[in-house]
Design a protein around this ligand. Structure first.
Ligand SMILES: C[S@@+](CC[C@H](N)C(=O)[O-])C[C@H]1O[C@@H](n2cnc3c(N)ncnc32)[C@H](O)[C@@H]1O
Length: 369
């Protein structure tokens, strides 16, 4: 469905000349022996909200319950974890659902890597999202791993494709043209200043639009490091992660290769009416419906909010327990204090709390409104 899968089929390219970051990262992450096919999984190298606290799965379970209500409690309720890692979130969500909802819920992990041996038997493991989802499709830190090309402005002020060798060394290639140039002009205009860089988010827009298209009724949510038109970083954000540390991105399969997501562009690609309100970075441009078919699907406008606001709306506050509890029920106080610490991490300014949540309702009102 995305570059990840396509590039993975190409196999290793060591020894070939430099190529764009999109092809290089596609092979390094998803090719045979690629970073995301290794046994330790994402949790072996970095911490997402899913690993930070079970409170996150609890909040997503509450969101699924709200979607369930908006759908009128259908006989079968789908939860699709897109880019599921080792299936930790879908397992946590199924475990956190009230019994009546759990009895109707079907959990899917959509993941390029194979199903881990000890996965909960209730989880269906797929390499592509199921068709006609009725429920919630949730993508936590998926889009930042959909490989993208990088553009850099040369000494004449022209944006050129950055080519990279297997050791991570770079040189400039041809001027960016075609759909990539159109995307840059619309979503990440580069001033004619040598050295400025941008990640060309078109493959992510397409991946998100494809994911939204699998939802027949319900909600699609993408959660990620995000920027918007007025907060684009001047030199991009391409980076690597290995064993818990940020590192130089080297496309040899030894590290994660990631870049923050232009979530406003994804929103416009996934919805006919663009964004409903200003996102975390400020006002967004509205857009016209892409097609009559999309408008006919009844897709309301998408919405961007911070993880802090989304989790508050899902009853995670990070508030400390009242001190009086320490004397009446010390064990409950300690538990509540630990929960408050985890909630604070999930909502922290400068950290996970600043992540963007892109909400795309399909045929239902926005369940977080
Ligand atoms: C950063 S990890 C996030 C894992 C998990 N969602 C979490 O939050 O802990 C991104 C995951 O997306 C998976 N992935 C990337 N592209 C994919 C695709 N097209 N289909 C399925 N999984 C994909 C990767 O293999 C990787 O496990």
């Amino acid at each position: 469905m995305t570059d990840g899968t396509t590039a993975g089929a190409q196999g290793p390219r060591a020894g070939d000349g430099p190529r764009g970051w999109r092809a290089a990262a596609g092979t390094a992450l998803y090719g045979p022996g690629g970073f995301y096919r290794r046994p330790e999984g994402p949790a072996g190298h970095f911490r997402t909200s899913v690993h930070a606290s079970p409170l996150f799965a609890g909040a997503v379970a509450r969101l699924l319950c709200r979607v369930d209500e908006a759908l009128g409690r259908p006989p079968v309720l789908d939860f699709v974890d897109m880019g599921a890692g080792r299936g930790e979130l879908v397992a946590g969500v199924l475990a956190a659902l009230p019994a009546e909802v759990a009895a109707r819920a079907r959990g899917y992990a959509v993941e390029i890597a194979h199903r881990p041996a000890r996965t909960d038997g209730r989880i269906t493991w797929l390499s592509e999202p199921p068709e006609a989802v009725t429920g919630l499709l949730f993508a936590n830190e998926w889009l930042d791993n959909v490989p993208v090309d990088v553009a850099e402005v040369d000494s004449a002020g022209v944006p050129r494709l950055v080519l990279v060798a297997d050791d991570g060394s770079e040189r400039l290639g041809a001027p960016v043209d075609g759909a990539d140039a159109d995307w840059l002009a619309r979503w990440w205009p580069l001033p004619a200043e040598e050295g400025l860089r941008a990640e060309i988010g078109l493959p992510r827009d397409r991946a998100w639009a494809d994911a939204v298209a699998t939802v027949a009724r319900g909600l699609a949510v993408a959660v990620d490091y995000a920027h918007t038109l007025d907060t684009r970083p001047p030199f991009g954000t391409l980076t690597g992660f290995r064993e818990g540390r940020e590192t130089a991105p080297v496309p040899d399969g030894s590290c994660d290769i990631t870049a923050h997501v232009a979530l406003d562009a994804c929103a416009a690609a996934g919805a006919p009416h663009g964004l409903a309100e200003p996102g975390p970075g400020g006002p967004q441009s509205p857009r016209e419906p892409r097609s009559d078919t999309e408008a006919a699907r009844g897709l309301p406008a998408a919405r961007l909010l911070t993880q802090r606001d989304a989790l508050r709306a899902l009853e995670i506050t990070g508030a400390r327990p009242p001190l009086a509890l320490a004397s009446t029920d010390p064990a409950a106080y300690v538990r509540a204090l630990a929960g408050a610490g985890e909630a604070a991490e999930l909502t922290a300014p400068g950290g996970l709390g600043d992540f963007g949540w892109l909400l795309q309702p399909v045929g239902v009102p926005d369940p977080l409104a």
